[in-house]
Design a protein around this ligand. Structure first.
Ligand code: FSO
Ligand code: SF4
Length: 546
């Protein structure tokens, strides 16, 4: 196996024996095979769309689900992944027949030609890994695109589940995958594709923002309980808001409480979700602490997306975890989406009724709900605070959390910031500082949480609004410092989207991605001023106090 898609990759270069995330070499192989089938399907679809055919929705759904499945910590279930490979091959055959019928010429790439014989799965998977591209810079640009597309697929899937779809985004994904499949693609073509991925990254986050706010209202300032009640509970993790809505509806009046976990915390900020009285709080912290926190939760846990951490063989919660959507884990029950797009949680609710109430691990509350609409409502106050000097700077500290000790940088950085600096956060990165009681500035909390990682979109919208208010020529003239923590591929699409919006001098950490080659890094540094992090002391001196 060779996988270098996340920040925790072995030795900072690539996992080759087993994933640091727990992914086995077999799972990695089937994921490589699935990705090669996706490249084949997308290349054929791209040719058909270019020839004037409409988007094939079945192919679009397959591509989005398959890309999402291969995101870090989303799916560890070999049988589920192989099932998707089989479905992709059947789909490819249909598309090939359609191309032939219409007389559409197809490129002779291996991914298009391969017949999909089961006996070849293993050989094909070995041939189609990341290292099939021997030139380091070409490989890097191809992977940067594919990893960005994985993030895009995740956000697209959530939006689509709420009825918001976009043929333009799907057509771009086909085109980008066809470009990375082309063995003769040039550096320039690939670089253009990376940058265009950022453009569609903005579009997909806007689409999801529209989907979420039209369905559930605009996020508003909300205090979220982090303690527990006396009823048995169901813990829901991941990012899919439609799933928590179904769960809240089906648990209402049953005596079961619902708790959010990790990236589901922002569900509390939406008016049409927070109205449920039995949505009682957020339990625990970011994804990587789940082994301890699930053990004390006592009730069933539902994963709507990543991040799953493989349980130890003796974990007491092994039999009470469920997955849905693209997420999966061997031995855990998978809840299918019904024909009407909804989930049936009756088995989860029945199990919850037999469980004890959660054990309290924290108490008190945290505040959030500062997505763009809420921030705009406070705009006068914020602008006044900037003009009076009460707020000196904003630091966008969105992104992901993770288990590496080097991430303590972010807690220490937040704590060491001068008291006139406000943190703008989103994603699970927030758990490094959202319980530090960093106070407020004239009633404006010093940690403003917009929501999930895709809500980083809010900070781009806010920055553009501030640019207008302050009459700045450029977003980079504003007193905003971008210090992003990354872990998996949704952070890649967020980063590419910010680059597309013209944000320069973004710092990413705790380490730079292994999939960015020295040659590609130079392009990113020269054109966008991208850099890593230093020590807390130096970074504060250089970028905040200077
Ligand atoms: Fe975190 Fe995991 Fe949202 Fe990621 S839970 S790490 S960037 O999946 O997607 O922030
Ligand atoms: Fe390694 Fe990350 Fe890939 Fe897992 S997802 S195998 S930890 S690089």
């Amino acid at each position: 196996m060779f996988c270098f898609q996340c920040q925790e990759t072995a030795k900072g270069t690539g996992c080759t024996i087993k994933g640091v995330c727990g992914k086995t070499s077999t799972t990695a192989r089937w994921q490589d095979l699935l990705l090669s089938v996706v490249r084949g399907v997308a290349t054929i679809e791209h040719a058909l769309v270019e020839a004037g055919e409409p988007i094939d929705q079945q192919a679009a759904t397959f591509m989005v689900d398959a890309l999402f499945t291969t995101i870090t910590n989303a799916n560890f279930d070999d049988q589920a992944i192989l099932g998707k490979v089989d479905a992709g091959i059947a789909l490819k055959k249909q598309l090939l027949a359609r191309a032939q019928e219409l007389g559409v010429d197809l490129p002779h790439y291996n991914e298009v030609k391969w017949g999909g014989e089961k006996a070849d799965y293993e050989t094909e998977s070995r041939r189609e890994g990341v290292l099939r591209n021997s030139n380091e810079d070409l490989r890097s640009l191809k992977e940067l695109t594919v990893l960005g597309l994985k993030g895009m697929a995740a956000y697209y899937e959530h939006a689509a589940r709420l009825g918001q779809m976009s043929d333009e985004i799907i057509a771009f994904m086909y085109k980008a995958l066809a470009t990375v499949t082309n063995p003769d693609a040039t550096m320039q073509q690939l670089l253009d594709t990376v940058l265009e991925t950022g453009k569609y990254g903005v579009d997909v986050m806007a689409l999801l923002d529209k989907a979420n706010t039209e369905a559930y209202g605009n996020p508003e300032i909300t205090r979220v309980n982090i303690g527990v009640g006396k009823n048995p509970g169901i813990l829901i993790s991941g990012h899919d808001l439609k799933d928590i809505e179904d769960l809240l509806e089906q648990t209402e009046g049953t005596g079961i409480d619902v708790y959010t976990h990790g990236e589901m915390l922002p569900a509390h900020y939406y008016p049409r979700l927070k109205k449920y009285k039995h949505l009682v709080g957020n339990y625990g912290n970011a994804w990587w602490k789940q082994k301890e926190e699930f053990a004390t939760f006592n009730g069933p846990i539902v994963f709507t997306t990543n991040c799953i951490v493989p349980p130890t063989p003796t974990a007491n919660y092994r039999d009470r975890v469920f997955t849905t959507n693209s997420a999966g884990y061997p031995g855990w029950k998978h809840i299918a989406t019904g024909p009407d797009g909804h989930k049936d949680y009756s088995q989860v609710i029945a199990l919850a009724k037999t469980c004890a109430a959660p054990q309290e691990i924290e108490s008190g509350s945290i505040v959030g709900g500062f997505a763009h609409n809420q921030v705009f409502a406070l705009a006068d106050k914020i602008v006044e605070a900037v003009k009076s000097g009460a707020i000196r700077k904003f630091v966008v500290m969105g992104g992901c959390d993770g288990r590496m000790r080097s991430r303590n940088y972010y807690s220490e950085f937040a704590q060491a910031l001068p008291h006139d600096v406000v943190i703008l956060t989103s994603g699970c990165a927030k758990y490094k500082y959202n319980k530090l009681n960093l106070g407020d500035i004239d009633g404006i909390p010093r940690v403003l949480d917009a929501g999930q990682c895709n809500d980083s979109y809010s900070w781009a919208v806010v920055a553009l609004k501030l640019k207008e208010i302050f009459g700045a020529n450029d977003i980079n003239e504003l007193p905003i410092f971008f210090n992003i923590a990354w872990y998996e591929q949704k952070a890649v699409i967020v980063l590419l989207a910010l680059l597309h919006l013209g944000v320069k001098n973004i710092h990413i950490g705790p380490t730079l991605p292994a999939f960015v080659s020295p040659g590609v890094l130079k392009v990113l540094v020269d054109n966008f001023g991208l850099s890593g992090i230093g020590t807390v002391e130096d970074d504060i001196k250089q970028y905040i106090e200077a």
